[in-house]
Design a protein around this ligand. Structure first.
Ligand code: HEM
Length: 142
């Protein structure tokens, strides 16, 4: 997937705003995932997935930190996310259909918190970026 200079700009610009607040924003994204798509909770049966729990926040923070790392390695996502790909595709066996649900939740959180920055172009860039990350994470799924 190709990212233009302006895609990269929009991705980095919004990531810099997210970076200091990963627990809150990540927690909100996970919360939306679990509320809108309750079946996704089955993957997290060993965690407390109730609204606002510390597990939800900590899981959300992990997800967003990984996305931040990916933003710094956007032209070589396969190498950068190789371990996470093994984890999701081979160990956890997360069904690929779940990824776009989480991506949607993340986009909604970005739109709510950064309405001025989340222009249509930034929306498209982030959508493409999250889809590229997802593709890497389920690439080894079988
Ligand atoms: C764990 C990132 C999508 C299920 C993790 C971890 C990260 C991560 C960084 C922690 C890994 C570690 O501790 O070494 C991401 C990213 C995603 C994504 C960037 C997509 C943008 C999903 C989806 C599901 C899922 C869609 C299922 C609905 C899990 C589970 C764990 C996990 C079950 C293990 C939780 C635990 O036992 O603590 N993910 N993830 N992930 N992820 Fe994902």
């Amino acid at each position: 997937m190709h990212f233009s200079a302006s895609d990269k700009h929009d991705i980095t610009h919004i990531w810099e705003k997210v970076a200091g607040n990963v627990e809150r924003l990540g927690g909100e994204a996970m919360d939306r995932l679990f509320t809108c798509h309750p079946a996704t909770k089955t993957y997290f049966s060993h965690l407390n997935v109730s609204h606002g729990s510390s597990d939800v926040k900590s899981q959300g923070a992990k997800v967003l930190k990984a996305i931040g790392q990916a933003s710094k390695n956007i032209d070589h996502l396969h190498e950068a996310l190789s371990d996470l790909s093994d984890l999701h595709a081979q160990s956890l066996k997360v069904d690929p259909g779940n990824f776009h649900l989480l991506c949607q939740s993340i986009l909604v959180v970005l739109a709510i918190h950064f309405p001025k920055d989340f222009t249509p172009h930034a929306h498209a860039a982030w959508d493409k970026f999250l889809a590229a990350i997802s593709e890497v994470l389920y690439f080894k799924y079988r």
